[in-house]
Design a protein around this ligand. Structure first.
Ligand SMILES: Nc1ncnc2c1ncn2[C@@H]1O[C@H](COP(=O)(O)OP(=O)(O)OP(=O)(O)O)[C@@H](O)[C@H]1O
Ligand SMILES: [Mg+2]
Length: 410
């Protein structure tokens, strides 16, 4: 296999920090060469609240991945989460100025610059300016306007921004762990790379990465994201509810959820008892599995209602390809069925696919963000478009388009 590049992705999550080292071949295939995952301490709902603890988690994850792969990590694509992530769509229009009235790269960049010039408060940092599509002289739906004859060029962009201080704190932690940042990528867009197909993005689809503290959500239509948000609920809320509901520790509640939990109440036999003593409580007692599952179902139903309201508020009636659930908490049994009932849309659970190498643990939904960061990196390498190597100089194309954008919009 001819190697194009070695890339690193670091997902700094609420419950775990995961560093992945991947090799991208010239035909765009990704092979995992090393991974390190450690429990995270120092984050709350996707946001750094303790610098020292977060630095230690990142450094530990990086060191493990290095030991497993034999590579030294010095730079990485890093995921950004937290409720402070927001998005908006902004159009930009310019007159085509070129010699023959043909759309040039410069016209495209100027149109994006106009779109990018929406007032964004100084306490926010723009993470992404994604081009959704172009219109030339009012003709919509143009994917690539370069070389077209036109008087007027309009671009539609999707702008994702985040709290500047939250981003600075995360960047500080990554730097203190000895790693430079290739690019900060919002978690949901990374996860989307790992679990969505191009067809689904074209049809209209949502990815909901349900983690420990948050849901990273991104909605796609006509191949591009148009709504990106983070909801402040996740698997931890389910665990907390169980701990309170049956009066037990968080550790026992977590184990009850993971080992015995389900959102599918009809499948739960109502006299099934679980012995809590074997789960680490000294005084032996039993709890009804049905009671545990009722607590889980109630919280997940409420969570899907939040998701449904968010999708409706984004202004889409229907997403033909439905909602793809991923993230650790998407492994809850019966979750897709409950999701389908509440969201009234197709729902399935998915993890990363089409990767090779050390994949045994990595194929699970809790690794979607980390794998997606590598895939995002691979796309940057290809010049901003999936698998279009012919347009990029061999080996020299890393982040060309994105870097070009950055240099225009500092
Ligand atoms: N088999 C399972 N069944 C149900 N829940 C599970 C299972 N495995 C993991 N979880 C839950 O998944 C959550 C962790 O998911 P993940 O690793 O995606 O979170 P994270 O990325 O650290 O957090 P966030 O994205 O919110 O910052 C925890 O709440 C955990 O309880
Ligand atoms: Mg996560």
């Amino acid at each position: 296999m001819e190697r194009e590049a070695v890339l690193v992705g670091i997902d700094v999550g609420t419950s775990k920090v995961c560093a992945l080292i991947g090799e991208v071949s010239r035909d765009g295939r990704l092979t995992i060469m090393g991974h390190g995952t450690v429990p995270a301490s120092g984050l709350k709902k996707g946001v750094v609240i303790n610098i020292d603890q977060t630095v230690r988690s990142i450094a530990d994850a990086v060191e493990r991945a290095e030991r497993l792969s034999g590579w030294k990590i010095d730079r990485a694509f890093v995921g950004v989460g937290g409720q402070h992530v927001e998005s908006l769509n902004s159009p930009g229009q310019v007159a085509v100025t070129g010699h023959h009235r043909e759309v040039s790269r410069e016209d495209v960049n100027r149109a994006i610059e106009v779109a990018r010039a929406v007032p964004i408060p100084s306490n926010r940092e723009v993470l992404h300016v994604e081009r959704r599509g172009f219109s030339v002289d009012g003709q919509e739906g143009v994917k690539d306007p370069l070389g077209m004859s036109a008087l007027r060029l309009e671009v539609e962009t999707h702008i994702v921004s985040a709290s500047a201080t939250a981003v600075q704190n995360l960047s500080k932690c990554v730097a203190a762990a000895g790693v430079k940042i290739d690019e900060l990528v919002v978690n949901s867009l990374a996860s989307a790379e790992a679990v969505l197909t191009e067809t689904e993005k074209d049809l209209g689809v949502a990815v909901a990465d349900i983690g420990a503290g948050t849901i990273d959500l991104a909605l796609f239509q006509e191949g591009s994201p148009f709504h990106t948000r983070v909801l402040p609920v996740g698997g931890n809320n389910v665990t907390n509810d169980i701990a309170i509901g049956i009066k037990t520790s968080l550790a026992v509640a977590e184990e009850l959820k993971v080992r015995h939990g389900s959102c599918d109440l009809p499948s739960v036999v109502d006299d099934e008892e679980i012995s809590v003593s074997v789960l680490g409580e000294s005084a032996g007692r039993t709890v009804g599995r049905l009671e545990v599952c009722q607590i889980i179902e109630a919280r997940m139903r409420e969570t899907f209602e939040l998701l449904r309201n968010e999708i409706r508020a984004a202004g889409v009636g229907m997403l033909p390809a439905g909602v793809i659930l991923t993230g650790g908490a998407a492994q809850l049994s019966g979750i897709a069925e409950l999701g389908r009932e509440v969201l009234e849309m197709p729902v399935r659970v998915s993890g990363p696919s089409s990767i090779g190498g050390l994949v045994d643990t990595i194929m699970s939904p809790d690794y979607s963000t980390a794998v997606g960061l590598l895939q995002w990196g691979a796309i940057s390498l290809a010049g901003g478009e999936p698998l279009r190597y012919e347009s990029a100089p061999a080996g020299g194309g890393i982040g060309r388009i994105r870097d070009a954008l950055r240099s225009i919009f500092p």
